[in-house]
Design a protein around this ligand. Structure first.
Ligand SMILES: Nc1ncnc2c1ncn2[C@@H]1O[C@H](COP(=O)(O)OP(=O)(O)OP(=O)(O)O)[C@@H](O)[C@H]1O
Ligand SMILES: [Mg+2]
Length: 245
């Protein structure tokens, strides 16, 4: 459904201001997005959420999360990236879309509660999430509701740090559910720090760092290598961190 992404640098005014000053974007010409799962991986502040937000807006989703039907805006922090981003796509009309972002999910759940309290047309929004107000569940439980009840085959879903609220075993459930939905034609774009999610079969993984955005295999990823080193010998890694010179 998503084919590729590029930045139209001719339309960028100043390259020395956010978001165009981010090293990950500097050399970004065109990247391939044509896979059931595309993943953006990288250190804090590398630009993953900036990229996810721009893609979400290009797809008509609310930059602070939700489907195209949600229109709330609490902080107005959207960057100008979406204005110069060219997203090649082939998306059938009526394709279901949703942008989940861990850092704003509480706001989204509050907005759903507000809409359900005031709207009299059609079934309450919570019906599409299994019937329960998301504020009555834990964060992790509501993420699973979203994946199990709200997301469906042939939809297009963006998730920024879906693992933030999830125990490892639940992350494995997420992998199984995403594989199932992709088998039914859904497509996912994820930003993640989770080495579990990075193992999603067939994922096209891009690592953002000081040198740009590069496609990487699972075992080449900086996060995966760090986790391996740590889990191989956690106490000596910590001892080295805390050792006095
Ligand atoms: N509205 C803004 N104005 C100026 N700079 C910003 C703005 N939003 C983010 N930045 C900067 O852009 C960089 C990338 O931020 P972004 O949120 O995209 O990172 P990220 O890769 O999602 O990080 P994390 O893993 O912590 O979520 C950060 O260094 C941040 O300080
Ligand atoms: Mg982020």
């Amino acid at each position: 459904m998503l084919l590729s992404l590029r930045i139209d640098w001719d339309r960028v005014g100043r390259r020395d201001v956010y978001p165009f000053d981010l090293p990950a974007f500097a050399g970004l010409d065109e990247i391939d997005l044509d896979a059931p799962v595309v993943m953006f991986v990288g250190a804090n502040g590398s630009g993953k959420s900036t990229l996810m937000e721009a893609i979400a807006v290009q797809l008509g989703c609310n930059p602070e999360g939700g489907s195209p039907n949600f229109r709330f805006d609490t902080a107005n922090t959207l960057s100008d990236l979406h204005r110069v981003m060219r997203l090649a796509r082939r998306i059938p009309r009526n394709t279901d879309r949703f942008f989940y972002r861990a850092d704003a999910f509480h706001v989204l759940a509050t907005e759903m509660r507000r809409l359900d309290a005031e709207s009299s047309f059609g079934p309450p929004i919570k019906t599409f999430y299994g019937g329960q107000d998301l504020h009555e569940m834990s964060h992790g439980q509501s993420v699973m509701r979203l994946l199990r009840h709200r997301f469906r085959g042939r939809g297009l879903y963006l998730m920024d740090e879906p693992e933030a609220a999830l125990a490892p075993e639940t992350q494995l459930e997420v992998i199984a559910r995403i594989v199932q939905l992709c088998g039914e034609g859904a497509r996912f774009v994820l930003a993640t720090h989770s080495p579990l999610l990075m193992a999603l079969p067939g994922a096209l993984i891009y690592e953002l760092d000081e040198t740009g955005i590069a496609r990487r295999a699972y075992h080449e990823l900086g996060h995966v290598r760090l986790y391996k080193r740590f889990l191989g010998d956690p106490h000596s890694v910590v001892a080295r961190l805390t050792a006095e010179d």
